[in-house]
Design a protein around this ligand. Structure first.
Ligand SMILES: *Cc1c(COP(=O)(O)O)cnc(C)c1O
Length: 393
């Protein structure tokens, strides 16, 4: 063998005895086969076989298997983002003439896709009151192929009666998908309640460090996994094993991160209710939150994201108060170690449950900083708003 060949052929080394606790990052485009017959038969390698890097490597399979186990499903499909997870379900299972029902409080880009992409292609949608519960039965007609759930609701945190909605949908043969990003499988397992799809933006709590984008769909019916994988194959979409390796590292600490963030978010939510400049604190753990008893029944624990509804104030005062924060960062994609705060425009995204509150909404995501540092920072923000309020009065 000459040097140029040596450069291309990696020597095999002994892996015997190398028992690392870390999951190896297996990268690949090409998968090679031991002989011509194996190559010819590659299509028959089954759900978990390897045929091409795009369709999975041992690294991506490990993350899939871990999420499948957490959700109590049979398989998990990985996609490049949380939004892609929702859309893979929509694009795989909705055909022209079908209709999808989405909660009025849905993650806004989902509604945008329904309006701007699906409707022009003959797939209809309707928004429903997230608190509709079993009455969703009245909205499900013979065209309704999919009922979408997201609980608690984006920005406004209403908790849905997920079991009742699933029961009504199943009685009419509609599929049910659940965006479970807030809860993660540690707080809620949609498949255990009969949902067909449990979707996660792994970008948030699984990744946990604001440095990756991934999404997942876990299913309890292997046929659903098969159809989604076919669509991914046709569209040429796969995920990077490097992203999955980061997610596999993140998921190891998700339990302690989430428990801490949940405790702090509940504590802050109840402490904030006393503020003069806050109209309402929107947190499922507060009895005032719409759906609080459902949260208690179905989850009983919180993650780190909630909202505060402020009394109307001068936008420039709020902007200055936000800019003066020293520990909280201003930003949207939550679930990392840094605490975040972000103003939310809610009214524009509500069509069946009009948002009537004139004041601004701030979404808060609790991170892992010192709790007193966070509280001091939030308090400084509120004090600035209170001072401005007192000046105006
Ligand atoms: C962030 C988020 C998404 C989208 O996840 P990306 O990975 O950012 O695309 C979807 N649903 C909810 C509830 C989210 O918070």
């Amino acid at each position: 063998m000459h040097d140029l060949t040596r450069c291309v052929h990696h020597p095999a080394v002994d892996v015997q005895g190398f028992a690392s606790l870390a999951v190896a990052t297996h990268r690949a485009s090409t998968i090679v086969y031991p002989d011509g017959a194996a190559f010819a038969a590659r299509r028959h390698r089954g759900f978990d076989g390897y045929t091409y890097g795009l369709h999975g490597t041992p690294t991506t399979r490990t993350l899939e298997a871990q999420l499948t186990a957490l959700h109590g499903g049979v398989r998990t499909v990985l996609v490049p983002s949380g939004q892609a997870a929702m859309m893979l379900v929509f694009l795989t299972f909705l055909m022209p003439g079908d209709k999808v029902l989405i909660p009025d409080t849905v993650y806004p880009p989902v509604r945008s896709v329904c309006e701007a992409y699906l409707r022009p292609r003959g797939i209809d949608y309707a928004a429903y009151d997230p608190l509709i519960g079993a009455d969703i039965a009245d909205l499900i007609d013979e065209r309704t192929r999919l009922v979408w759930i997201e609980s608690p609701g984006s920005g406004s945190m209403e908790v849905q009666d997920v079991p009742a909605i699933i029961k009504a949908a199943k009685a009419r043969n509609a599929l049910v998908g659940c965006d479970n990003t807030w809860a993660t499988p540690l707080l809620f397992k949609p498949l255990a309640h009969g949902a067909d799809f449990a979707c996660e933006a792994l970008t948030k709590y699984v990744g946990g460090h604001s440095d990756l984008l991934l999404g997942s769909i876990s299913v309890a019916d292997i046929a659903l996994r098969q159809r989604m994988k076919e669509v991914l194959r046709d569209l040429g979409i796969g995920v990077s094993p490097d992203e999955c390796a980061l997610a596999l590292r993140g998921i190891e600490t998700m339990g302690v991160r989430l428990a801490h963030m949940g405790r702090v978010s509940e504590d802050f939510a109840s402490r904030l209710t006393g503020s003069r400049v806050i109209e309402a604190v929107l947190h499922p753990a507060l009895p005032s939150c719409p759906g609080h008893t459902l949260w208690k029944r179905d989850m009983g624990r919180s993650s780190g994201v909630f909202s505060i509804l402020l009394k109307p104030c001068d936008p420039s005062v709020l902007e200055a108060a936000l800019t003066s924060l020293k520990v909280f960062a201003i930003g949207a994609s939550w679930g990392g170690t840094r605490s975040l705060i972000a103003p939310m425009a809610i009214a524009q995204d509500r069509t069946v449950t009009p948002w009537t509150h004139p004041g601004p909404v701030l979404r808060i995501s609790i991170g892992l900083e010192d709790v007193e540092d966070l509280w001091t920072d939030l308090n400084a923000l509120l004090t600035r708003l209170e001072r401005a309020d007192a000046r105006d009065a």
